[in-house]
Design a protein around this ligand. Structure first.
Ligand SMILES: NC(=O)c1ccc[n+]([C@@H]2O[C@H](COP(=O)([O-])OP(=O)(O)OC[C@H]3O[C@@H](n4cnc5c(N)ncnc54)[C@H](OP(=O)(O)O)[C@@H]3O)[C@@H](O)[C@H]2O)c1
Ligand SMILES: Nc1nc(=O)c(N)c(NC[C@H](O)[C@H](O)[C@H](O)COP(=O)(O)O)[nH]1
Length: 226
């Protein structure tokens, strides 16, 4: 499976303000670039923190891209994936609508009632890990369901976990022309942080988009064909 992490940060590396509500850092060109990556992906993943903050739908917005997918015999939209150990996703969340398949990755600790609520909402519940969703087991379960290209859109907790587990192949970061600040504001990679064994990246490209900069990185040590 090819795992592509994409996010937008402020010039000082924040994903959002300390209030953790949705902050539009990208401009139209960058959102369109993300839409194109979605259209090429089998699934788009976020952590439950992003669901609670942003209520994203994670669908392809450009109608021509949707038509191209359908013409190729693919589903209109990529599947949606939420990493949600205890089933905190609200049942009226946008990504639980019927626009696309949705996988809710939960841990064994998730209450049975929440699992049933997701199933009633039409989602497929996948158990991976005991107390918290185990990223490797979760991605293996998605691969078993035919997902070969996964786009991860955040947030910082999930992105750190995927780097920690050595699962990221590609990173694109749009750095927007604003400063957010705040020691408690989410950054591109939060979690516990590394003190050694820092993932190493190779710069694949730099591009001006809107009033910001797009950075493309490959993650060293990952086979090119994964
Ligand atoms: N600018 C951007 O590009 C962008 C993109 C996305 C989000 N955001 C912003 O980022 C903020 C949300 O980010 P966040 O870091 O708080 O949330 P997040 O990464 O979206 O979700 C984190 C939550 O996911 C659950 N989770 C399940 N398994 C996990 C695992 N293996 N590793 C890590 N987390 C796991 C955890 O909750 P449980 O323990 O309950 O499972 C964890 O608290 C919001 O402010 C949002 O607006 C910005
Ligand atoms: N590329 C990007 N630039 C941003 O400035 C920003 N705030 C996000 N945030 C990612 C987050 O998951 C958003 O909530 C989804 O981009 C919304 O997706 P929908 O339009 O609901 O499909 N992503």
């Amino acid at each position: 499976m090819h795992v592509h992490v994409n996010a937008a940060t402020s010039a000082d590396g924040k994903l959002a303000s300390r209030e953790r509500s949705q902050l539009r850092i990208s401009g139209p060109e960058d959102f369109d670039r993300v839409d194109a990556i979605r259209a090429e992906s089998d699934a788009v993943a976020v952590g439950v923190g992003t669901v609670l903050a942003d209520d994203p739908s994670l669908t392809v917005k450009d109608e021509d891209r949707v038509a191209d997918r359908e013409g190729d015999g693919r589903p209109s939209h990529p599947a949606r994936v939420v990493f949600d150990s205890r089933g905190r996703t609200p049942t009226d969340a946008a990504l639980l609508d019927d626009a696309a398949t949705t996988y809710v990755l939960v841990a064994e600790a998730a209450p049975e009632g929440r699992r049933e609520a997701f199933a009633s909402a039409g989602a497929e519940v996948v158990v991976a890990g005991s107390d918290r969703v185990d990223p490797s087991a979760g991605l293996d379960a998605l691969a078993d369901r035919g997902i070969d290209r996964l786009l991860v859109e955040g947030g910082g907790e999930l992105i750190f976990s995927l780097f920690e587990a050595g699962l990221v192949d590609e990173l694109t970061v749009y750095v927007g022309a604003t400063v957010v600040g705040g020691r408690d504001a989410p950054t591109l990679a939060d979690g516990e942080g590394f003190v050694e064994g820092f993932p190493e990246l190779s710069l694949d490209g730099v591009e001006r988009l809107d009033d910001g900069v797009l950075l493309r990185w490959a993650v060293d040590g990952r086979p090119a064909d994964e």
